[in-house]
Design a protein around this ligand. Structure first.
Ligand SMILES: C[S@@+](CC[C@H](N)C(=O)[O-])C[C@H]1O[C@@H](n2cnc3c(N)ncnc32)[C@H](O)[C@@H]1O
Length: 331
């Protein structure tokens, strides 16, 4: 069989790889292999799997370079497979969760997005994703935990920023508070306002109490399409604008523009899409944002234009290992 035929067949069946990763993580296989290599029968018994079926899944993950099979028939994690452990630094386990379940099922409807340029979630589940989440608490909880789990990776360029002249940070769409908790924990002089949908921030305060920073944080529930809290020096928008098309992203920026003082700053924690065509994961994320939410990743040119159209000037971009921080000031 030609290389091309082989490559295309692999591409066509690509979701079997990602869903095998998801299924094996759901059973806890990477965590079981974290400490020591394991024989198939022992591994199957300890994670509650059928040994023959697990062996067939592992064969695929060995071919993908995530699992290694040693000479004595013991399976172990490779360096890449280590990233699937729940508790390892830089873990991608939360991304596995965010790409599974309804985020995977929506892809069966993706042709709708190509035809219309709009999200496909409504055609699959009857309503837009965030509305659906508000009525499905266990999925909402999983989504919030997945997002919180990725904060560590997103946060690095933000944590290193000079916060000495900042008083109050507003985390717009801050979920259950993972990012603002880490920021206030690191910078003891900062005060924070956590803003997200009411049912989302309702899950937040216990996290603040355990971090011991509750007295420096105000929690506000609302929609950023109506308004966002005033009195911030810095408005953080972490992984918010890529959820939305330009019209909706513009409304969110409009709410921030109304609230922000002349000396305030926006700090947008997002991806910057390369101008040239790319197979980078970011281009895949761009499609996922379209299909799931009707959103998009943006190039520098697109960021500059979007910000300028809504009363901001792009001031600087700091690239981190996972995301960039795009700073903008009101015009
Ligand atoms: C991709 S998550 C990002 C969460 C967090 N900023 C982070 O970086 O982990 C998007 C967030 O936007 C929030 N959101 C969606 N619609 C909203 C609205 N209309 N008003 C306020 N927040 C909203 C969601 O609840 C969710 O927490």
């Amino acid at each position: 069989m030609s290389d091309v035929n082989h490559r295309v067949r692999k591409q066509i069946m690509g979701y079997i790889v990602s869903q095998s990763i998801s299924a094996v993580c759901e059973l806890g296989v990477p965590d079981r292999l974290a400490d020591s290599a394991c024989l198939l029968a022992d591994l199957a018994a300890s994670v509650g799997a059928d040994a023959d079926a697990l062996g067939r899944f592992l064969r695929v993950l060995v071919a993908e370079g995530l699992i290694a099979e040693g000479s004595g028939g013991r399976f172990a994690l490779t360096e890449a497979g280590e990233l699937l452990r729940a508790d390892t630094p830089g873990s991608l386990r939360h991304l596995v969760g965010l790409m599974s379940n309804e985020a995977y099922l929506v892809w069966g409807h993706a042709a709708h997005s190509i035809r219309t340029g709009k999200e496909s979630f409504s055609s699959a589940f009857g309503k837009p994703y965030f509305e659906w989440l508000s009525e499905n608490p266990s999925a909402a909880d999983e989504f919030a935990r997945g997002q919180a789990g990725l904060v560590e990776l997103r946060l690095l360029p933000l944590l290193e920023h000079d916060w000495s002249d900042v008083g109050t940070v507003v985390d717009v769409g801050g979920g259950t508070g993972a990012l603002i908790t880490r920021l206030l924990d690191r910078h003891a002089h900062l005060r924070g306002i956590l803003f997200d949908l009411p049912h989302v921030v309702a899950e937040a305060p216990s996290g603040f109490r355990s971090a011991g920073i509750g007295e420096r944080t105000t929690v506000v529930g609302g929609s950023f399409f109506d308004d966002v809290p005033c009195d911030g020096d810095v408005y953080v928008l972490s992984q918010i604008l890529h959820d939305w098309d330009d019209a909706s992203a513009g409304k969110i920026l409009g709410s921030c523009r109304q609230a922000i003082p002349p000396s305030g700053r926006l700090m947008i924690v997002e991806q910057v899409l390369p101008e040239a065509a790319t197979t980078h994961p970011m281009a895949l994320l761009d499609l996922h944002m379209l299909v799931l939410l009707g959103g998009r990743e943006r190039t520098i040119t697109e960021w500059r234009r979007l910000l300028a159209d809504h009363g901001f000037t792009l001031d600087s971009i700091t690239h981190g290992p996972r995301s960039s921080v795009i700073e903008a000031v009101p015009v």
